[in-house]
Design a protein around this ligand. Structure first.
Ligand code: NAI
Ligand SMILES: O=C(O)CCC(=O)N[C@@H](CCC(=O)O)C(=O)O
Length: 478
């Protein structure tokens, strides 16, 4: 059923976009019709139009950055950085395809010639979250197109304007309209799209809750690709270090960049007992100074609002719930503007809480835990069902080796923030963070499947299995 969809600017509450939800059957059949021709086109033909996406996007950076900032509330500088990430993603996807999916000869037994090639899956659903409304969709769509798939894109219902802009831009660069379709709608639309018989697989990024639902929904279709990139409850450990200020800068960046709305954001700060007070008070001092404001404001804010009022309400309620279960507030999470979803970062000491909830609180909320020894720090870091990213600040090279070996996460950093992953590398996690189908550079692996072919110009079989030699022109056994 087609209904209205509206998006509002979080910073001002103004209506930004109004349109209709999509017709899934119509969009899937358009993609199915366009796919065979796209798949049969040469790689260089496909790359010509895909590369044009990068140059067109560069030309439209300011317009698009303004739209992203309005629709998500993230500062303009961050919106521009996200667009730069998309532009880079084109070259990265081309290289990744060449490295991981190119055609090559497989040397087998003497006299046997085999070739390894990769085929696109067909028509893929791409279902994405609100927080990076161009980079995350492009991170799925571009590799999928390079490999020869068609795509039906179901963006987050919270960012329809930016998503429509992105798809219009793809079409303007010469990607055939049928090859990339968009269906606006909510989670139910995502469900219907992924279950549609005309869809060969789903590339999903979003919360663990939605990922689990998708997994259940697809239980009777093991033949369909399901790539899940989900959230995290990411730890950051501070161990022996003399540079408390630099440690605190990394913690603030990890926890509060994008108002904490990154899958890779640090949610749990784990600190050696003796350093706890000094580290936490420096983190608080820096957090007190962060500029929080309108995404277009001057001076540029460090962070804008969270995505909407319901999200802000949920986060302040979670802060209160942590307090009522024994958490000791270090910096209260506040709503400086009534009725708008700006939040000041919340910091809370949860060391004495008996049961700490292992959930992703997707906003600027940092929970701190003090621990007596390094083994307990690692145990505490791993004390989660998620496993996306983790970082150690300080410690010796031996301790980093131990941390690396014993950490259960897809991104393990030393003296670096938990966020800001590198596009040239895989980005993904284990546990409830993903089903080991990472994005980033490894997206190439999700969008094509390997096909091996033994190829001879004349029929070649085996002899010596009861057949006379003159009946077969083939290699002999052994
Ligand atoms: N691992 C990663 O690389 C990343 C993960 N995320 C995660 O995304 C979340 C934040 O984004 P949100 O938009 O709030 O996520 P969300 O899970 O609410 O929505 C994501 C997408 O899934 C759709 N959806 C919801 N239920 C569905 C269902 N049953 N079947 C099919 N589609 C469904 C939504 O409409 C939306 O398009 C956080 O949990 C964050 O950690 C965000 C960015 C990157
Ligand atoms: O590879 C991608 O598609 C995204 C890479 C990226 O920028 N990751 C971000 C977090 C993504 C998020 O939370 O949405 C990062 O590492 O900070």
């Amino acid at each position: 059923m087609v209904t209205d969809l509206i998006s509002y600017e979080p910073a001002t509450g103004a209506e930004l976009w109004r349109g209709k939800t999509g017709d899934i059957d119509r969009e899937v059949s358009a993609a199915r019709e366009a796919w065979p021709r796209w798949a049969a086109s040469s790689l260089s033909e496909r790359l010509t139009v895909i590369r044009a996406v990068a140059s067109r996007m560069r030309g439209e950076t300011e317009k698009l950055a303004d739209l992203i900032a309005r629709e998500t509330g993230k500062p303009l500088w961050e919106a521009r950085a996200e667009i730069e990430g998309v532009i880079e993603r084109v070259d990265i996807s081309v290289k990744a395809y060449a490295d991981r999916s190119s055609q090559r000869r497989v040397d087998g037994k003497p006299g046997v010639r085999s070739a390894l090639r990769h085929k696109p899956h067909g028509v893929l659903a791409v279902i994405t979250p609100f927080n990076m409304p161009v980079l995350i969709p492009a991170g799925h769509i571009i590799p999928a197109l390079v490999a020869g798939n068609a795509v039906v894109f179901k963006p987050s219902e919270k960012v329809p304007a930016t998503s429509q802009f992105l798809i219009d831009l793809f079409h303007k660069t010469g990607i055939p309209p049928g090859v990339v379709r968009i269906v606006q709608g909510n989670g139910e639309a995502g469900r219907k799209l992924s279950e549609h018989p005309g869809i060969d697989g789903t590339l999903f990024t979003g919360s663990a809750n939605s990922g689990i639902q998708l997994h259940r929904q697809s239980a009777n279709r093991p033949d369909k690709l399901l790539s899940l990139e989900m959230g995290g409850n990411n730890p950051i450990i501070v161990w022996d270090t003399k540079d408390i200020h630099s440690a605190a800068v990394l913690i603030v960046q990890s926890a509060f960049l994008s108002a904490g709305q990154r899958c890779t954001a640090a949610r749990r700060l784990i600190v050696k007992d003796e350093l706890f007070d000094v580290v936490v008070s420096e983190v608080k001092r820096l957090a007190d100074r962060l500029v929080i404001g309108d995404p277009h404001g001057e001076p540029a804010p460090f962070m804008g609002p969270v995505i909407d009022n319901d999200t802000a309400d949920g986060l302040t309620e979670s802060f209160v719930a942590l307090m009522s279960h024994g958490g000791r507030p270090i910096k209260h999470m506040a709503r400086p503007i009534k009725d708008r979803p700006f939040l000041t970062p919340g910091i809370i000491d949860v060391s004495t809480m008996i049961e700490r909830p292992d959930i992703e609180l997707f906003g600027p909320l940092l929970q701190c835990v003090r621990v007596p020894d390094f083994e307990m720090a690692i145990d505490e870091a791993n004390n989660t069902r998620f496993g996306l990213t983790t970082a150690l600040i300080g410690g010796s090279p031996e301790q980093y080796n131990q941390f690396w070996a014993n950490s259960r996460a897809g991104i393990v950093n030393w003296n670096a923030a938990t966020n800001g992953s590198i596009g040239q590398a895989p980005c993904g996690g284990v546990g409830l963070s993903g089903n080991c189908r990472p994005g980033g550079y490894y997206s190439a692996d999700q969008v094509a499947y390997p096909v091996v072919s033994s190829e001879n110009e004349i029929p070649k079989g085996m002899i010596g299995i009861g057949l006379k030699a003159d009946e077969f022109d083939g290699t002999s056994l052994g």
